[in-house]
Design a protein around this ligand. Structure first.
Ligand SMILES: [Zn+2]
Length: 135
């Protein structure tokens, strides 16, 4: 039996703005905004339905907003509907490894770093972003 831990406190004022992929298996971004509409983090990922594959390009939470469960919450929003898919991530930093290990335990999804993704996700154009990146 798996115990469900209560979620950590999560700031109520944060909103999650979803920008869907423009093309199949394209990049989609969930942007986190504070109560004043400022960008405080994002999750950039791709999902390929024919292959049942998904890939996380970057997840980032701005410094003052770290440790509040926001990364956890945004990852749930991305993965919950597709938890049966094979998830991979870009190369993980030390913080990223810790984060994904915890999230793998909680969600049952393995987040395999640097693994080969399906050809559709690989072919999708890359966009670079910066700032407070876990990956
Ligand atoms: Zn594919």
């Amino acid at each position: 039996m798996k115990l469900r831990r209560p979620p950590p406190p999560c700031p109520q004022a944060v909103t999650y703005r979803f920008a869907p992929a423009a093309v199949a298996a394209g990049r989609q971004v969930i942007t986190l905004l504070d109560s004043k509409g400022r960008d405080i983090g994002h999750l950039d990922y791709q999902v390929c339905h024919p292959c049942g594959a998904a890939h996380i390009n970057t997840i980032a939470i701005a410094g003052p907003w770290q440790g509040m469960g926001l990364g956890r919450e945004v990852l749930h929003r991305a993965t919950d509907s597709w938890s049966a898919y094979a998830w991979t991530t870009s190369r993980q930093s030390a913080d990223g490894r810790k984060f994904f290990a915890t999230m793998a335990e909680e969600t049952g999804v393995e987040f395999v770093p640097g693994a080969g993704v399906c050809p559709h996700i690989t072919a999708s154009p890359r966009v670079s972003r910066s700032g407070g990146a876990l990956l």
